[in-house]
Every structure is written in C-alpha cells, then in structure tokens.
Design a protein. Structure first.
Length: 234
C-alpha cells in the first residue's frame, strides 16, 4: 500500500472518527444540562484524541495508534453511551420522583390549607367557649349571691321556726292545762248530771204515786196543774 492510499485511508478513518466524535458530542450536548459529571469526561476524551493526533509522527505509527485509540474510544464511547442511557433513565426516574413530590407537596399544601381552616374554626370555638365560660362565671356569681340570700332567708326561717317551736311548745303546755281543766270540768258536769238524773227519777216516782192516788180517789185536776207539774219535773 502506497503512502497516498494509506494517507487517504487514515484521512477517511480520521474523518469517520471525527464524525463519530461529533455525533457523540451532539448527544452529550443534549444531556449536558442534566449531567454535571459527563462534561468533564467528554473533555478528557477530546483531550486524549488531540494528544493522539499530535503524536502521529509517521503514518504507520499514527495509524496503529489511531486504530488502537479508535478501538479504545469506541469502547469508551460505548461505555459513555451506556452511562448516558443509564443517566437518562436516572433522570427520568428523578423526573418521575419530582412529579410525585410535586403531587405530594400539592396534597400537603391542601392539608395545610385544611388544617388552617380547622385551626380557624377551633379558634372560633375557643373564643365562643371563652364567652360561654364568662357567661357561666357570671351566672355562677349570680347563683352564689342568690345562694347567699337564700342562706340568709333559711337562717331567718330557722330563727322563725325556733320561735314558732317555742310558741308551739307553750301552746302544747297550755293545751295540756286546758285538757286537765276540761277533764276536771267534765267530771264535775258528769257528777251534776248524775245527781239531776237521780232527782228526776225520784220526782218521776213521786209524780207517779201522786197520779195513782188521784186516779184512785177519782179526783179530776185541771190540765194547767199537770203542766205545772211537768215544768217542775223539767
């Protein structure tokens, strides 16, 4: 193989390499904003390729070295492509996580908003409870005053009841005395009634005897006489 064909072959290979590098660079440029570490690696690859070009002193040595470098670079490019692909997948997963996190944040914001509303309602309830407690305290204070007045009335009633009890006790004693007097008077009255009854019985006997004697003797007395006798008997 003459030098001209060899040079053309090298030129073509170099051109292909350059195209391959350019393609890789274009693909790397697309993910440059996402992959911070990839840019440094690509810079090292370009630096190595530049050093390869400068070290090609002869066509054969340059060709051998270029072939070795191309093979190595192909492997490196393959690894880089795999890493880029993996990084793309990682970026996709991260984007999915970010999307999920955004949804979670939205839900949390909704919960926070709901919690804020709940807290507001609770504060309103606490305020209402405070007002209710104040009213209850006022009622309790009023009830305490009412209870104090009732206690005073109860105390007065107790004193009144004590006075009434003393009066009742005195009345009971007076009633006992009256009952004794009534019993004594009843005994006297009963004795008087007994005496009067005995006298009436004696008078009835005397009148009966008198009427019998008059009837036996055939004496007719005027009716006024009998009336006077009956009055005396009564």
């Amino acid at each position: 193989m003459d030098n001209e064909k060899l040079f053309e072959l090298m030129t073509q290979m170099y051109s292909d390499m350059q195209k391959g590098f350019n393609n890789v660079n274009e693909r790397l440029d697309k993910v440059e904003g996402r992959l911070d570490g990839v840019e440094g690696r690509l810079d090292r690859v370009e630096s190595r390729l530049d050093r390869v070009e400068s070290r090609l002193d002869s066509v054969e040595e340059r060709l051998a070295k270029v072939e070795e470098k191309v093979e190595q670079n192909s492997r490196d490019i393959l690894r880089l492509e795999e890493k880029v692909e993996q990084n793309s997948k990682d970026i996709l997963r991260l984007e999915e996580k970010v999307e999920q996190n955004s949804k979670d944040i939205l839900r949390l914001e909704e919960k926070v908003e709901q919690n804020s509303k709940d807290i507001l309602r609770l504060e309103e309830k606490v305020e209402q409870n405070s007002r209710d407690i104040l009213r209850l305290e006022e009622k309790v204070e009023q009830n305490s005053k009412d209870i104090l007045r009732l206690e005073e009335k109860v105390e007065q009633n107790s004193r009144d009841i004590l006075g009434l009890q003393e009066k009742v006790d005195k009345n009971s004693k007076d009633i006992i005395k009256l009952e004794s007097k009534i019993d004594e008077s009843t005994g006297i009255l009963f004795d008087g009634i007994t005496q009067i009854t005995s006298q009436n019985e004696r008078l009835d006997k005397r009148v009966g005897k008198l009427e019998t004697g008059i009837l036996e003797k055939g004496i007719v007395l005027p009716s006024e006489y009998y009336i006077q006798i009956l009055k005396k008997v009564d």
